[in-house]
Design a protein. Sequence first.
Length: 362
Amino acid sequence: MTKKDYYKILGVDRNASQEEIRSAFRRLARKYHPDVAGKGSEEKFKEINEAFQVLSDPQKRAQYDQYGSSSFRPEDFNFEGFNFEDIFKDFGDIFNVFSERKNKPKSGSDLRYDLEISLEQAFSGLTTKIEISVYTICKACKGTGAKDGKLKTCPVCDGSGQIKKIRRTPFGQTVFITTCNKCGGSGKIISEKCKVCNGTGRVKEKRKVEVKIPRGVDENSYLRIAGQGEAGQNGGPPGDLYIVIHIKPHKIFERRGNDLFCKANIDLGKAIFGGEIEVPTINGKAKIKLPRGTQSHTVFRLKGQGMPDLHTGKRGDEFVKIIVEIPKKLSKKQEILLKEIFGNEKIKTSKGFFDKMRDFVS
Ligand SMILES: [Zn+2]
Ligand SMILES: [Zn+2]
């Protein structure tokens, strides 16, 4: 066995007091604990441990001072029956390093709210109030979950909120601190559940939020309202609220991007002689001048009559498909006149019979 200078390892004088030895160990253990410094520090930590085991025990220290480290055998350091908990009791702060992260501030969850609006509202934008349900701290128990806020000390961890586990590792035994499962680390448990929140410490609360929907939103557009989500935990910030937009189907218009599409029915006379017709737009009416002999399914474009772009505000176009209505029933007079015009002529058409049928049907 190689000779080891336990005093040097702990960085203390040969005449160091027990207090100095303990404080040196505390400092080094915090620095080299494998949970903090990583696996590479295991050997170093083992060495520090060994030095401390010897120098903190007056009998072993005397043996070491007289005969050196080679007077100890590995068995001397298997900490069988050694009360680690006792040693670390007043060294509690060492392990705070590992347990601290348990109560870290946690951000609140984000919330989603689906809002259905009309195409007109998407066109003009709107400001509206929505009601959301969010979890807030139960006022009846002040968030403790206990009836009248009364708690008792957790019997499992005796109020410390932590469970110490001693684990054997290649470098001796190490104390691992875990959060107490019974009390979740608070050290206190509920003797009787709060009836208002059923012991959860939080209740759903309705909250009204004003939302401003900009012009030009489309299906699945979303708005983020910072800080309006669930409350955070341990002083963490609240989450955000996301408003997801849905557009109700429109009676007249179909939307594709910023463009709008619709159909306008005209009678046979308008198709043959042409003329002006009025068509709806998203925010009013517009006129289209039909030329003579307008064919069914001709599409007219109304520039700048579509939806505003969400970012630029520039409006898309409106496309109007003309549908020529062929009368299904004729008066006697109409029948006589139409037969006079068309009846005796052989039908000449560039399209086949079925193409023509399709035109009329669609
Ligand atoms: Zn507990
Ligand atoms: Zn409660």
